[in-house]
Design a protein around this ligand. Structure first.
Ligand code: UD1
Ligand code: CA
Length: 453
């Protein structure tokens, strides 16, 4: 049977107190709507419709989703009205699944059960909440069957004590849903077309309504304000941390890892506390990431050790490299195996050969550096002349003494030496020693100044 998904994302999100459309607020580094679209795509629907309105242009621009059919809801007249706007896109023989753009952590297995329940009528995802405030309550008849959903604003005191709530997510055949949508009205405290009204209409016309339990309240937590956003973020992080641990990663503390993207890890990796992973990061086997590191869009091969408080972005790090503590590895850095980037060393667009060491206090930018070089403390590649960026090329086995200033464009051929404290402005040939500093002179009989009385 065809499956058509309708995601509601037109609401303003007044309670966010923000000029950003609600569904573009972020959980785990990704907009809420992206989470919903990802789980929807996992169901391989025939069409994926997203109803947008408030900030619609911004939403479209931000979300890269070639498979999405955007549906405009020019005036927001309620969740029922929003679904009606998308029904024209829906094949009459299809099953329709309605998702909410502000309920990002819904899981595929729950949706599959909801879709299965739709074969008997309407499937609706519900959950028991200890504090159901603000949510639609599920009303059940004497036979235990769902008979209606009543919004909090329209509920009696008695009804408000009900803990089972509507998550908003439902599935039904288009043939069942379309006529029910056509009969909903706006006789409620908000004067809106409530999607939830299809439930009482269905129940009273003998259509079976089946409740599907969500796994836990957090899975179906909707986001209306920043407190709920933070709660969902924590739940998301816990879930991702558990996935990593199940896949074999050791986490010093699952509550102190923040994943804002995708991490794939090999075997026997260790991640210490307060690490932030952003974008797409892949780590091999036996990788260790120390406390307080931020790793963004990078690949770390087997046996890499990133020591405390290092920031690694856009880098390809070869096996058994050691970075940090306090290393800053910037985009375009490629380190061959066993290279060492130590404390307070910054690299940018630097291709660095196997076994090369820059252990302390250096800036290596727009550079290619061969294998087995030693880059002394305080070495700076002067890549910027105020107008252009210029390159430094260093061959294999070069020894650059401490506090050297390498003025690019510059080539230092293999096996060359640069004396400590040099300013090097012209090419150094293979095996040569370049000394680019004033000669020391010692003044004999020097009388130190004395204090004035
Ligand atoms: C809705 C449900 C409530 C449920 C709760 C779960 C209704 C009437 N109420 O309430 O039973 O417990 O979700 O989170 O359905 N939207 C549109 N167009 C509109 C109005 C809303 O696209 O005209 C979208 C919003 O962007 C949002 C979703 O629909 O993604 C839900 O709307 P919201 O106003 O947040 O509904 P709730 O009051 O939370
Ligand atoms: Ca909501």
């Amino acid at each position: 049977m065809r499956l058509e998904v309708i995601v509601l994302a037109a609401g303003e999100g007044t309670r966010m107190q923000s000029s950003i459309p609600k569904v573009l607020h972020v959980v785990g580094g990704r907009p809420l709507l992206e989470h919903v679209l990802n789980v929807a795509s996992d169901l391989s629907p025939d069409t994926l419709n997203v109803v947008i309105g408030h900030g619609g242009a911004e939403v479209k621009a931000r979300i890269e989703a070639p498979d999405v059919a955007w549906v405009d809801q020019a005036e927001r007249k309620g969740t029922g009205h929003a679904v009606i706007q998308a029904m024209d896109n829906v094949d009459p023989s299809a099953t329709v699944l309605v998702l909410y753009g502000d309920v990002p952590l819904i899981e595929k297995t729950t949706l599959e059960q909801c879709i299965a329940a739709a074969s008997d009528g309407i499937g609706i995802v519900t959950v028991e909440m200890s504090d159901p405030k603000g949510l639609g309550r599920i009303l059940r008849g004497a036979d235990g069957r769902i008979s209606a959903i009543i919004e909090e604003q329209d509920a009696t005191e008695q009804q408000r004590t009900i803990k089972e709530v509507n998550t908003g997510i439902l599935a039904a055949s288009s043939a069942t849903l379309a006529p029910l949508l056509a009969s909903i009205e706006t006789h409620n405290s908000q004067g809106e077309y409530y999607l939830t009204d299809v439930i009482s209409l269905a129940a009273s016309s003998g259509t079976q309504v089946t409740g599907v339990n969500a796994i836990c309240p957090e899975e179906v937590q909707g986001i209306n304000d920043h407190i709920q956003l933070a709660a969902v973020e924590r739940h998301f992080q816990r879930r991702e941390a558990e996935r990593l641990m199940v896949s074999g990663v050791t986490l010093a503390d699952p509550a102190r890892l923040d994943l804002r993207g995708t991490l794939t890890a090999g075997r026997d990796c260790f991640i210490d506390i307060n690490v932030v992973i952003e974008g797409t990061v892949a780590i091999g086997d036996n990788v260790s990431i120390g406390p307080g590191c931020v790793v963004t869009d990078s690949e770390l091969a087997d046996g890499v050790v990133v020591e405390a408080h290092s920031v690694v972005e856009g880098a390809i790090v070869g096996s058994r490299c050691r970075l940090g503590p306090f290393a800053r590895v910037r985009p375009g850095t490629e380190l061959a195996e066993g290279a060492r980037i130590g404390n307070f060393v910054e690299t940018k667009k630097a291709i660095i050969g196997a076994g090369t060491k820059a252990n302390h206090l250096a800036y290596l930018g727009d550079s290619t550096i061969g294998a087995e070089c030693n880059i002394g403390a305080g070495t700076v590649t002067c890549n910027y002349d105020g107008v252009d960026k210029n390159e430094t090329h260093i061959g294999d086995g070069v020894f650059v003494g401490t506090n050297s200033t390498l003025v690019a464009p510059l080539t230092i051929d293999e096996g060359a030496y640069v004396a400590a404290g040099s300013t090097i402005t012209s090419k150094v040939d293979s095996e040569d020693l370049a000394v680019g500093r004033a000669r020391q002179r010692n003044i004999q009989g020097w009388v130190p100044p004395t204090k004035r009385k």
